[in-house]
Design a protein around this ligand. Structure first.
Ligand code: PEP
Length: 251
């Protein structure tokens, strides 16, 4: 059966020293705690090795926020999936709306990144989501379906290793959350799109996380929905108390 997951996305925040402290705080709070979800923290590339050294991998996973679609070579400034894996990381966020919007990442590129991540044993947390205009003009279901379908050349075995994060772009960092019903409707839609391609078993086993101004005060209502399997958390993941509050929404 699919897993419940709470994953933090630190984005371009914290120095290495601050990141170690935050990871350490989260780690201490998870020690001896019964939790009903998997926890992952996705941190800047510069932090991976040092954060890996202070966390207990039985308590939480570690992820990067991106990786290259290339294996290796003359790509100055890029970081490969093999490099990410070699830090001890287990996950990688791909296709975050900020990468699509500010860095022009395309569906084709994201498929190649996903393939590289999988080849190197990383679990992709693959983000999809519509912008405000698409929400308002009613095309949001088609937009999100086509983002998911960009991965449909993957084999069933490969696809079954992916975690999907639905993040309506209008809700990211805006304080404006999708209602639990809006989230549920989209998650059920995504699951149906997956089912139509890969069948019910893979669709039922795919974890679909919600992201977009998720916080301790709204996480319980969102996570109570049958197709919402946890959250990808931005701002609220930068504070150990609020991140723990979201993890505890599964208690
Ligand atoms: C995110 O960037 O993945 C995110 C969901 O951000 P926030 O929680 O701050 O809206």
């Amino acid at each position: 059966m699919r897993k419940n997951i709470v994953a933090g996305n630190w984005k371009m925040n914290t120095t290495v020293e601050e990141g170690i402290e935050l990871a350490d705080q989260i780690n201490s709070r998870l020690e001896g705690k019964e939790k009903n979800c998997e926890v992952v923290i996705c941190v800047p590339f510069t932090h991976l090795t040092s954060v890996n050294a202070v966390i207990d991998k039985d308590l939480m996973g570690l992820g990067a926020e991106n990786c290259s679609e290339h294996e290796k070579g003359a790509y100055t400034g890029e970081v490969s999936a093999a490099m990410v894996k070699s830090t001890g990381a287990s996950h990688v966020i791909l296709g975050h709306s900020e990468r699509r919007q500010y860095f022009g990442e395309t569906n084709e590129q994201l498929l190649a990144k996903t393939q590289k991540a999988l080849e190197h044993g990383l679990t992709p947390i693959f983000c999809v989501g519509e912008v405000l205009e698409e929400r308002e003009n009613g095309t949001f279901n088609d937009v999100v379906a086509s983002q998911v379908e960009a991965l449909f050349s993957l084999s069933p075995e490969a696809f079954s290793k992916i975690v999907i994060a639905y993040e309506p772009v209008w809700a990211i960092g805006t304080g404006k959350t999708a209602t639990a019903d809006q989230a549920e409707d989209m998650h059920a839609h995504i699951r149906k799109v997956i089912e139509d391609k890969y069948g019910k078993e893979i669709a039922d086993n795919t974890s679909i996380l919600y992201g977009g101004s998720c916080k301790p005060s709204n996480a319980k209502e969102l996570f109570a929905k049958p197709d919402v399997d946890g959250g990808l958390i931005g701002g609220a993941a930068l504070d150990a108390d609020s991140f723990m509050g979201i993890i505890e929404a599964f208690d």
